[in-house]
Ligand binder design. Structure first.
Ligand SMILES: [Zn+2]
Ligand SMILES: [Zn+2]
Length: 248
Protein backbone atom coordinates (compact mmCIF):
# COMPACT_ATOMS: atom_id res chain seq x y z
CA UNK A 1 0.00 0.00 0.00
CA UNK A 2 2.75 2.37 1.08
CA UNK A 3 4.71 1.50 -2.07
CA UNK A 4 1.70 2.21 -4.30
CA UNK A 5 1.29 5.59 -2.61
CA UNK A 6 4.97 6.33 -3.13
CA UNK A 7 4.77 5.47 -6.82
CA UNK A 8 1.68 7.63 -7.17
CA UNK A 9 3.45 10.51 -5.45
CA UNK A 10 6.48 10.01 -7.69
CA UNK A 11 4.46 10.17 -10.90
CA UNK A 12 2.58 13.22 -9.59
CA UNK A 13 5.91 14.90 -8.91
CA UNK A 14 7.13 13.96 -12.39
CA UNK A 15 4.00 15.51 -13.86
CA UNK A 16 4.58 18.69 -11.88
CA UNK A 17 8.23 18.80 -12.97
CA UNK A 18 6.97 18.26 -16.52
CA UNK A 19 5.08 21.55 -16.24
CA UNK A 20 8.29 23.40 -15.47
CA UNK A 21 10.53 21.36 -17.76
CA UNK A 22 8.42 20.17 -20.68
CA UNK A 23 9.13 16.62 -21.89
CA UNK A 24 11.63 17.79 -24.39
CA UNK A 25 15.35 17.09 -24.74
CA UNK A 26 17.18 19.84 -22.84
CA UNK A 27 20.13 19.60 -25.23
CA UNK A 28 18.77 19.73 -28.78
CA UNK A 29 15.43 21.18 -27.62
CA UNK A 30 13.74 19.31 -30.48
CA UNK A 31 13.15 15.66 -29.66
CA UNK A 32 10.95 14.24 -26.92
CA UNK A 33 12.71 13.18 -23.72
CA UNK A 34 11.04 12.45 -20.40
CA UNK A 35 12.14 12.80 -16.77
CA UNK A 36 12.96 9.08 -16.77
CA UNK A 37 15.31 9.61 -19.71
CA UNK A 38 16.95 12.48 -17.87
CA UNK A 39 15.72 14.96 -20.51
CA UNK A 40 18.21 13.61 -23.05
CA UNK A 41 16.78 12.21 -26.28
CA UNK A 42 18.10 9.04 -27.90
CA UNK A 43 19.75 10.93 -30.73
CA UNK A 44 21.72 13.21 -28.37
CA UNK A 45 22.68 10.20 -26.26
CA UNK A 46 24.00 8.41 -29.33
CA UNK A 47 26.19 11.40 -30.15
CA UNK A 48 28.13 11.12 -26.90
CA UNK A 49 31.73 10.08 -27.62
CA UNK A 50 32.73 7.30 -25.24
CA UNK A 51 36.47 6.95 -24.83
CA UNK A 52 37.73 3.68 -26.23
CA UNK A 53 41.20 2.51 -27.31
CA UNK A 54 43.51 3.70 -28.72
CA UNK A 55 44.45 6.07 -25.92
CA UNK A 56 47.66 6.96 -24.09
CA UNK A 57 48.60 4.16 -21.71
CA UNK A 58 49.47 6.71 -19.02
CA UNK A 59 47.06 9.68 -19.17
CA UNK A 60 44.24 8.11 -21.18
CA UNK A 61 44.24 10.83 -23.83
CA UNK A 62 42.34 9.50 -26.87
CA UNK A 63 44.31 9.08 -30.08
CA UNK A 64 42.44 9.77 -33.28
CA UNK A 65 43.99 7.26 -35.62
CA UNK A 66 44.40 3.56 -35.87
CA UNK A 67 47.09 2.14 -33.65
CA UNK A 68 47.03 -1.27 -32.02
CA UNK A 69 50.25 -1.20 -29.96
CA UNK A 70 50.37 0.29 -26.46
CA UNK A 71 51.78 3.82 -26.49
CA UNK A 72 52.55 6.85 -24.33
CA UNK A 73 51.64 10.29 -25.67
CA UNK A 74 54.14 13.12 -26.25
CA UNK A 75 52.87 15.13 -23.25
CA UNK A 76 53.43 12.21 -20.88
CA UNK A 77 56.95 11.67 -22.23
CA UNK A 78 58.07 15.21 -21.37
CA UNK A 79 56.15 15.97 -18.17
CA UNK A 80 56.61 14.72 -14.62
CA UNK A 81 53.53 12.69 -13.86
CA UNK A 82 52.71 11.62 -10.32
CA UNK A 83 49.73 9.33 -10.94
CA UNK A 84 49.99 5.86 -12.46
CA UNK A 85 47.15 6.02 -14.97
CA UNK A 86 44.26 8.30 -15.82
CA UNK A 87 41.03 7.19 -17.49
CA UNK A 88 37.90 9.07 -18.50
CA UNK A 89 34.50 7.90 -19.59
CA UNK A 90 33.60 10.36 -22.36
CA UNK A 91 35.03 13.18 -24.44
CA UNK A 92 34.38 16.70 -23.20
CA UNK A 93 32.45 18.04 -26.16
CA UNK A 94 28.92 18.46 -27.51
CA UNK A 95 26.14 17.68 -25.06
CA UNK A 96 28.64 16.48 -22.44
CA UNK A 97 30.20 19.95 -22.29
CA UNK A 98 26.76 21.50 -21.98
CA UNK A 99 25.70 18.95 -19.35
CA UNK A 100 28.78 19.53 -17.18
CA UNK A 101 28.32 23.30 -17.39
CA UNK A 102 24.67 23.11 -16.40
CA UNK A 103 25.52 20.72 -13.59
CA UNK A 104 28.42 22.71 -12.14
CA UNK A 105 27.54 26.32 -12.75
CA UNK A 106 23.74 26.20 -12.82
CA UNK A 107 23.33 23.46 -10.18
CA UNK A 108 21.27 21.35 -12.60
CA UNK A 109 21.23 18.26 -10.41
CA UNK A 110 18.66 16.58 -12.70
CA UNK A 111 21.61 15.85 -15.02
CA UNK A 112 23.51 13.98 -12.33
CA UNK A 113 21.92 10.50 -12.80
CA UNK A 114 22.98 10.50 -16.46
CA UNK A 115 26.55 11.57 -15.65
CA UNK A 116 26.81 9.04 -12.82
CA UNK A 117 25.40 6.28 -15.01
CA UNK A 118 27.94 6.85 -17.79
CA UNK A 119 30.85 7.03 -15.34
CA UNK A 120 29.82 3.93 -13.38
CA UNK A 121 29.38 1.85 -16.54
CA UNK A 122 32.94 2.71 -17.66
CA UNK A 123 34.47 2.25 -14.21
CA UNK A 124 32.84 -1.16 -13.77
CA UNK A 125 34.38 -2.35 -17.02
CA UNK A 126 37.98 -1.44 -16.15
CA UNK A 127 38.38 -1.10 -12.40
CA UNK A 128 38.98 -4.01 -10.07
CA UNK A 129 37.67 -2.87 -6.63
CA UNK A 130 39.92 -5.36 -4.77
CA UNK A 131 43.02 -3.47 -5.90
CA UNK A 132 42.09 -0.19 -4.20
CA UNK A 133 41.90 1.10 -0.63
CA UNK A 134 40.09 4.39 -1.00
CA UNK A 135 38.50 6.95 -3.31
CA UNK A 136 39.57 10.58 -2.89
CA UNK A 137 37.64 13.33 -4.67
CA UNK A 138 39.55 16.40 -5.94
CA UNK A 139 38.58 18.93 -3.28
CA UNK A 140 37.09 22.38 -3.83
CA UNK A 141 38.29 25.41 -1.91
CA UNK A 142 35.78 26.03 0.90
CA UNK A 143 34.79 29.42 -0.59
CA UNK A 144 33.97 27.78 -3.91
CA UNK A 145 32.17 24.99 -2.09
CA UNK A 146 29.85 27.48 -0.41
CA UNK A 147 29.35 29.42 -3.64
CA UNK A 148 28.37 26.26 -5.54
CA UNK A 149 26.73 24.39 -2.71
CA UNK A 150 28.32 21.07 -3.63
CA UNK A 151 31.50 19.50 -4.91
CA UNK A 152 30.79 17.62 -8.13
CA UNK A 153 33.89 15.41 -7.68
CA UNK A 154 32.66 14.42 -4.25
CA UNK A 155 29.20 13.56 -5.56
CA UNK A 156 30.62 11.45 -8.41
CA UNK A 157 32.91 9.72 -5.88
CA UNK A 158 29.89 8.73 -3.82
CA UNK A 159 28.29 7.11 -6.86
CA UNK A 160 31.46 5.17 -7.69
CA UNK A 161 31.81 4.14 -4.06
CA UNK A 162 28.27 2.81 -4.02
CA UNK A 163 28.92 0.77 -7.18
CA UNK A 164 32.37 -0.56 -6.22
CA UNK A 165 32.16 -0.61 -2.39
CA UNK A 166 35.49 1.26 -2.20
CA UNK A 167 35.17 3.79 0.65
CA UNK A 168 35.50 7.55 0.07
CA UNK A 169 37.90 9.68 2.10
CA UNK A 170 37.05 13.39 1.94
CA UNK A 171 39.22 14.43 4.84
CA UNK A 172 42.86 13.83 3.89
CA UNK A 173 43.17 16.10 0.87
CA UNK A 174 42.29 19.81 1.12
CA UNK A 175 42.37 22.68 -1.31
CA UNK A 176 44.15 25.53 0.42
CA UNK A 177 44.48 28.01 -2.44
CA UNK A 178 41.52 29.68 -4.14
CA UNK A 179 42.23 29.43 -7.86
CA UNK A 180 40.44 31.10 -10.72
CA UNK A 181 38.86 28.88 -13.35
CA UNK A 182 41.33 27.00 -15.54
CA UNK A 183 39.31 27.00 -18.76
CA UNK A 184 41.18 29.76 -20.60
CA UNK A 185 44.70 28.82 -19.57
CA UNK A 186 47.31 26.81 -21.44
CA UNK A 187 49.22 23.83 -20.03
CA UNK A 188 52.09 25.78 -18.35
CA UNK A 189 49.76 28.44 -16.89
CA UNK A 190 47.44 25.72 -15.55
CA UNK A 191 50.32 23.99 -13.77
CA UNK A 192 51.50 27.27 -12.23
CA UNK A 193 47.94 28.12 -11.21
CA UNK A 194 47.42 24.91 -9.20
CA UNK A 195 50.96 24.68 -7.80
CA UNK A 196 50.73 24.25 -4.01
CA UNK A 197 46.95 24.62 -4.17
CA UNK A 198 46.45 21.38 -2.21
CA UNK A 199 47.57 20.07 1.16
CA UNK A 200 47.42 16.70 2.84
CA UNK A 201 45.98 16.53 6.37
CA UNK A 202 47.17 13.18 7.62
CA UNK A 203 48.84 13.31 11.03
CA UNK A 204 48.45 9.57 11.64
CA UNK A 205 50.07 8.58 8.34
CA UNK A 206 46.90 6.91 7.11
CA UNK A 207 47.90 7.45 3.48
CA UNK A 208 51.20 5.56 3.75
CA UNK A 209 51.25 2.64 1.31
CA UNK A 210 47.61 3.17 0.28
CA UNK A 211 46.23 2.57 -3.19
CA UNK A 212 44.05 5.52 -4.16
CA UNK A 213 41.50 6.32 -6.85
CA UNK A 214 41.42 10.06 -7.44
CA UNK A 215 38.16 11.42 -8.88
CA UNK A 216 37.34 14.61 -10.75
CA UNK A 217 34.62 15.65 -13.18
CA UNK A 218 36.75 16.86 -16.10
CA UNK A 219 40.40 16.38 -16.95
CA UNK A 220 41.90 18.75 -19.50
CA UNK A 221 45.71 19.03 -19.29
CA UNK A 222 45.74 17.00 -16.09
CA UNK A 223 47.45 19.78 -14.04
CA UNK A 224 44.93 19.59 -11.19
CA UNK A 225 44.95 15.82 -10.74
CA UNK A 226 48.73 15.78 -11.16
CA UNK A 227 49.21 18.35 -8.41
CA UNK A 228 46.87 16.37 -6.11
CA UNK A 229 48.86 13.24 -6.94
CA UNK A 230 52.15 15.00 -6.14
CA UNK A 231 50.88 15.79 -2.65
CA UNK A 232 49.51 12.28 -2.15
CA UNK A 233 52.82 10.71 -3.23
CA UNK A 234 54.66 12.96 -0.82
CA UNK A 235 52.44 11.56 1.94
CA UNK A 236 53.50 8.05 0.98
CA UNK A 237 50.65 6.86 -1.27
CA UNK A 238 51.78 3.77 -3.18
CA UNK A 239 49.49 3.77 -6.19
CA UNK A 240 47.21 6.38 -7.79
CA UNK A 241 44.78 5.96 -10.65
CA UNK A 242 42.75 8.96 -11.76
CA UNK A 243 39.19 8.60 -12.99
CA UNK A 244 37.30 11.51 -14.47
CA UNK A 245 33.91 11.72 -16.06
CA UNK A 246 35.07 13.65 -19.12
CA UNK A 247 38.30 14.30 -20.97
CA UNK A 248 39.01 17.64 -22.64
ZN1 LIG B 1 18.26 15.79 -28.04
ZN1 LIG C 1 49.57 10.69 -22.13
Amino acid sequence: MFRIKLNWLKSLLEDLVGLIYPNICQFCEKEIATTKEGYVCKRCKNNIKHIEPPFCERCGKPFSGSITVRFICADCKISKIYFDHARSAVEYEGIIKKAVHLYKYRSALWIEPMLADILITTVQKDLNPDEWDSIIPVPLHFVKYYERGFNQAERLSNFISKATKIPVNKKVLKRIKYTETQTTRDRTKRSENVKNAFAVKDKIGWLKGKKIILIDDVMTTGSTVNECSRMLRRAGVAKIDVWTFARG
